[in-house]
Design a protein around this ligand. Structure first.
Ligand code: NAD
Length: 258
């Protein structure tokens, strides 16, 4: 039996990176998957690939910062697949003009908060009633290791948004625990996806980060998708309100190996 047999999942930011890999993995594990993203062409292609491989998937254009679009994505998931059991709030941005607190513009701050933090709030707001009606489910909110430790290479709005995701997730977990909803915050370390492509292409910036990762390498999207799969499935039935860190040991380290 596949690990997500009979489950319906809504994944935001599923056109690229970790969301896309998770959509493929969830579908291979038996879930019917609604891919939601602002990037239509790549999102449709990702859903088509899953369908061609024999899975069940559909794409819906969704800007997670727009309430009506997230509400429509939830409705569309239930209309197409008959339920909503897994919400994977994965969409996020990491803009280059987000830096030190003294230099970052309010415009950038607001844009990051709208997508990374309000987007998660809206996802939960509209999906939870549908999940309760479906008999319960699992919410995976993507935070980051930067919600747990500070960096001198600041990205102030991004970091603050992920801290918000982390604390919001705990509260949701506690409030809805007896309604059969689990909510966990997934905190990836640096993962080689398009989000970090520009940063990791610069050898100096790459090395500056690599030195802090005990395992000595960046993570791969598949390694985060596998953690999300565990949180989505009933294998994690007693896991809720957790800060689920998948970071190659960064947040455990003081001095890393030579
Ligand atoms: P990615 O850039 O490859 O994918 C992000 C996806 O989100 C893209 O498809 C993009 O179109 C979509 N998106 C952006 N704005 C959106 C919006 N308003 N509405 C809907 N979709 C939107 O990035 P990734 O590395 O796979 O990141 C996925 C999540 O993981 C993000 O929340 C990110 O902050 C988080 N994260 C990434 C890393 C990393 O090192 N890559 C580390 C920790 C956390």
């Amino acid at each position: 039996m596949a690990r997500l047999d009979g489950k319906v999942a809504l994944i935001t930011g599923a056109a690229s990176g970790m969301g896309k890999v998770a959509a493929e993995l969830f579908a291979r594990e038996g879930a019917r998957v609604l891919l939601a993203d602002v990037t239509d062409e790549a999102g449709r292609a990702a859903a088509d690939e899953i369908s061609s491989a024999g899975g069940h998937a559909a794409f819906v254009h969704t800007d997670v910062s727009k309430p009506e679009e997230l509400q429509a994505a939830v409705r569309s998931t239930v209309a197409r697949f008959g339920a909503l059991n897994v919400l994977y709030n994965n969409a996020g941005i990491f803009p280059a003009d987000d830096g030190s607190v003294t230099e970052t513009s309010e415009r950038t701050w607001d844009r990051v908060m709208d997508i990374n933090l309000k987007g998660v709030f809206l996802g939960c707001k509209y999906a939870i009633p549908a999940m309760i009606e479906s008999g319960g489910g699992s919410i995976i909110n993507v935070a980051s290791f930067v919600a747990l430790v500070g960096a001198a290479t600041a990205q102030i709005a991004y970091t603050a948004s992920k801290g918000g995701v982390l604390s919001m997730t705990r509260e949701i977990a506690v409030e809805f625990a007896r309604k059969g909803i689990r909510a966990n915050a997934l905190c990836p370390g640096p993962i080689e996806t398009p989000l970090l492509a520009e940063l990791l292409a610069d050898p100096v910036r790459r090395e500056r980060r690599l030195v802090h990762i005990p395992v000595g390498r960046f993570g791969q999207a598949e390694e985060i998708a596998r953690a999300a799969l565990f949180l989505a499935s009933d294998e994690s039935s007693f896991v809720t309100g957790a800060t689920f860190v998948v970071d190659g040991g960064i947040t455990a380290a003081y001095v890393t190996p030579e």
